[in-house]
Design a protein around this ligand. Structure first.
Ligand SMILES: Cc1cc2nc3c(=O)[nH]c(=O)nc-3n(C[C@H](O)[C@H](O)[C@H](O)COP(=O)(O)OP(=O)(O)OC[C@H]3O[C@@H](n4cnc5c(N)ncnc54)[C@H](O)[C@@H]3O)c2cc1C
Length: 459
């Protein structure tokens, strides 16, 4: 990438998305400034403006590889910092659709660092880049354009809190990584740019999270437990081994079914899931904190039209798409977006927003369709259930049923949710025949006819 020495890129937001974007921009711009309204702590702790970091954050295998591509040595240094690692199927207990998956070596590697540790580590790696500067305690308050309002020229800042004298900074490019509640569209509207069309699914999900001390004997040394919600029991939970010898355990329920925060209520909710694994773990583990809650009213995807954005404004990460967190896609999608942005900046900066939004669409489609289809299995979630989505869900139900006895089917699905393979990989003759065979043999689980393969399109 050619670096233009005097050019200046500004990133709004120092969350995972903003940090990854800053890394890529540092390769093509003389200077990069990351503007963050929050304070940026020197130690790995949850920030006030990123309260979601208190809850379980799973990094998919593809997300980890993407972060490694951006920061060579990323994985090794997190391992040195104590992040547990292992195989995503032989060392993890999965229960999907009420079916316990057979265990087997999958080759899908887990890296189980907490979100505060991942963010702090990325922040330190970005801080070490010589041409990147952070301004924290400083909120962006508006986008400045040329007089014809065609291209961005700068960013307005909250003068009270930022560390420079100026109330604005110049910018040749602005990456808006300010997250799900980004004000970017509100700033652009008065400049004549309409808000993007928003696609939403009201999921009304409630999270509750507690930490426990981890003992080597817990769950036979496995690294975690994931129990998915189903239409008949729409609550689930996730336990992940973390650095510092701890478990993070997050429970989730839809609608009014909020997991309690107190120790006894939390344990009872965990014990009520499809299998007793989480309840058993909690009953033998020492609690080390009180519970915290997070509510996710909806998932949101903003369909930005590049012709309706000023040149040099790029929405990024959760600003574009905020998924149902139980599927653990957001950080990984942001990492893949960063790799895409790097490619789009390679030739030149001409029409970079257009090229970025086009190139990133398949990644977003994959994660969005997969997670929305899964949510739409819940009868109480309103939304259009297309024939394609229904067929996909019927097939996925059979995949989970097959994965009880055939670990290779589980591995194929794990690779898809880990963003390593596309959903079409589940439709190869080898996997289809395994799913068919296992469902014929199995005498538990849904007893409906297999959808015809021609009805099923997962891409
Ligand atoms: C409860 C929960 C659990 C999750 N679990 C997972 C998981 O298991 N796996 C996974 O991959 N993802 C998970 N996610 C999603 C993940 O956190 C995000 O998708 C990912 O971190 C990318 O977010 P982001 O950086 O785009 O936005 P954010 O993390 O929201 O960061 C935006 C940043 O911008 C700053 N900001 C906002 N406005 C301004 C402004 N005007 N000026 C300056 N700064 C501003 C904010 O303070 C913040 O620091 C979860 C999310 C939630 C809510």
């Amino acid at each position: 990438m050619n670096t233009t020495p005097n050019s200046h890129a500004v990133v709004i937001g120092a969350g995972i998305g903003g940090l990854l974007a800053a890394r890529v921009l540092s390769e093509g711009f003389g200077r990069v400034t990351v503007v963050e309204r929050d304070g940026l702590p020197e130690i790995p702790v949850t920030r006030r403006c990123a309260p979601q970091a208190r809850h379980a954050h799973a990094l998919t295998a593809r997300g980890r590889v993407a972060m490694e591509e951006l920061f060579p040595g990323f994985t090794a240094s997190l391992l040195e910092l104590g992040a547990p690692t292992g195989d995503g199927q032989s060392e993890f207990r999965w229960v999907f659709d009420g079916h316990r998956w057979a265990k087997s070596k999958s080759g899908v590697h887990l890296l189980l660092a907490s979100r505060p540790l991942i963010e702090w580590h990325l922040r330190n790696l970005v801080r070490a880049l010589p041409n990147v500067k952070f301004i924290d305690h400083c909120a962006a308050t508006g986008i400045i354009t040329d007089p014809r309002r065609h291209a961005v020229t700068g960013l307005a800042l909250n003068g009270k809190s930022h560390q420079t004298e100026d109330a604005t900074i110049d910018a040749d490019l602005i990456v808006d990584a300010s997250g799900r509640s980004s004000s970017g569209q509100g700033w652009l509207e008065p400049l004549g740019y309409p808000r993007p069309e928003e696609e939403k699914l009201s999921i009304h999900l409630a999270y509750a999270t507690r930490h426990y001390r981890r003992e080597p004997t817990h769950i036979d040394g496995d690294l975690g437990i994931g129990i998915g919600a189903t239409p008949t029991l729409p609550r689930g939970g996730l336990a992940l081994a973390q650095e510092n010898g701890t478990w993070i355990i997050t429970l989730a329920g839809y609608g009014d079914d909020e997991p309690p925060l107190d120790a006894a209520g939390f344990a009872a909710f965990a014990a009520s899931l499809h299998t007793p694994d989480l309840g058993d773990l909690i009953s033998t583990a020492e609690p080390i904190d009180d519970g915290v809650r997070y509510r996710v009213p909806s998932t949101v995807r903003r369909h930005f039209n590049p012709t309706q954005l000023p040149t040099g404004y790029i929405p990024f990460g959760d600003t574009i798409c905020s998924f149902n967190p139980i599927y653990g896609q957001g950080m990984s999608v942001a990492a893949l977006e960063a790799l895409t942005l790097r490619q789009c900046l390679l030739p030149d900066r001409n029409r970079v927003t257009d090229r970025f939004l086009r190139a990133t669409r398949p990644t977003l489609d994959h994660a969005w369709d997969m997670t929305c289809n899964s949510d739409l299995r819940m009868p109480f979630i309103e939304g259009k259930r297309t024939a394609r989505a229904r067929a996909a869900n019927a097939y996925v139900a059979r995949i989970h049923r097959a994965a009880m006895t055939d670990p290779r089917v589980g591995t194929a699905f794990l690779r898809v949710i880990s963003l390593l393979d596309t959903p079409t990989s589940l439709m190869t003759p080898a996997i289809l025949s395994r799913v068919l065979w296992a469902n014929r043999k199995s005498d538990t689980g849904p007893n409906k006819p297999m959808p015809r393969p021609t009805d099923v399109r997962l891409d």
